[in-house]
Design a binder for this molecule. Sequence first.
Ligand SMILES: NC(=O)C1=CN([C@@H]2O[C@H](COP(=O)(O)OP(=O)(O)OC[C@H]3O[C@@H](n4cnc5c(N)ncnc54)[C@H](OP(=O)(O)O)[C@@H]3O)[C@@H](O)[C@H]2O)C=CC1
Ligand SMILES: O=C(O)CCC(=O)C(=O)O
Length: 411
Amino acid sequence: MNALAATNRNFRHAARILGLDSKLEKSLLIPLREIKVECTIPKDDGSLASFVGFRIQHDNARGPMKGGIRYHPEVDPDEVNALAQLMTWKSAVAAIPYGGAKGGIGCDPRELSTSELERLTRVFTQKIHDLIGIHRDVPAPDMGTNSQTMAWMLDEYSKFHGHSPAVVTGKPIDLGGSLGREAATGLGVFFATEALLGECGKSISEMKFAIQGFGNVGAWTAKFIHDVGGKVVAVSDITGAVKNPNGIDIPALLKHKETTQSLKDFQGADAMDIDDLIVHECDVLIPCALGGVLNKENAADVKAKFIIEAANHPTDPEADEILSKKGVVILPDIYANSGGVTVSYFEWVQNIQGFMWDEEKVNCELKKYMMKSFHDIKAMCKAHDCSLRMGAFTLGVNRVAHATLLRGWEA
Ligand SMILES: NC(=O)C1=CN([C@@H]2O[C@H](COP(=O)(O)OP(=O)(O)OC[C@H]3O[C@@H](n4cnc5c(N)ncnc54)[C@H](OP(=O)(O)O)[C@@H]3O)[C@@H](O)[C@H]2O)C=CC1
Ligand SMILES: O=C(O)CCC(=O)C(=O)O
């Protein structure tokens, strides 16, 4: 089942639980706008290269649409559509005043030079600049993009509309980025993990963790877990995977990755097959890379008792069912990774106010938001006797449905 079919299925299940009117259900499912643009750039050797870029704007009932831009070879319209829809429910779960959107360009950023990436980002921004905006649609980084990508988008957008720092979030601090945004998704994952384990009478320091992906989200998540004594026993990225049953020295692994751009040849752990990470012996599995990595082929072999969905849509519905039957507790993406968009909201607020918060305030507010939504989800689980995923979906969908009804339908 592809990402869009799976996301639609979860949405429909939530709509049924909530008893939503069928017309409203249909209207919430269809994206507000789907943008597809062709982006041709000259490569460094003078040849031309063409790429397809997407921005799917799913819903704006609760505020400007919000979501990252992904650079990855497997970006396709259905996946971006699913990710945009997830952003709508995620913003609502986090109770921040946004709708949802997502964008992407089908490219391999590892095969493009910095100047080629800059040209591609600028051409993409030229093609969508009149459809995004501070109160319309606010992009941010996702897989394969970072604060530099946002700096280029900001610069290109500002050529058309004047200096507009709040048009993107996840920017470099010197261009109006927020302290704490770089680490925010990982810190949010940490707070979410702490909340879930605490609820089950456990703590991070007594658990063993396996983490898939060692980019922005994976690396920060590993660091926060390691800092409080959690044992990270396996880590993977696209270059390989490493394991150590006694716990990996995460600061040393971060240094190794920074110097070599790879996990290979790290001295403090043994190499393992990248595909074994998901089924590695651990208490808590944290996917922090691609979607669909937990599927019907591997779900039965998962050893973890808890799965924290730091990646977007890492679990196929078939896997969801198999894992639930095994008693595995899954903390869903639209809550677990909402720390990123929450601090993006703080960044946007700071840009609009023209006032910068200190990092302590950012992190302290983030913790409050993460705790509040955890309790709101638990309340929905109790009210509807459902899983954490359905608790989060019903919470998000209900808030968006309510906002839509309040706005009314008059043309
Ligand atoms: N950035 C953010 O604020 C947010 C991100 N997310 C989600 O988190 C996930 C990760 O995003 P982010 O950390 O920003 O992206 P990055 O591009 O920074 O990192 C992605 C990581 O995944 C690794 N990876 C890619 N393919 C595989 C694979 N097949 N097996 C193992 N590892 C792999 C990459 O390896 P390598 O390092 O070798 O390239 C990299 O370490 C995505 O699903 C994203 O949508 C969700 C909320 C917010
Ligand atoms: O920070 C943001 O605005 C969006 C982050 C994002 O793309 C996500 O949460 O999946």
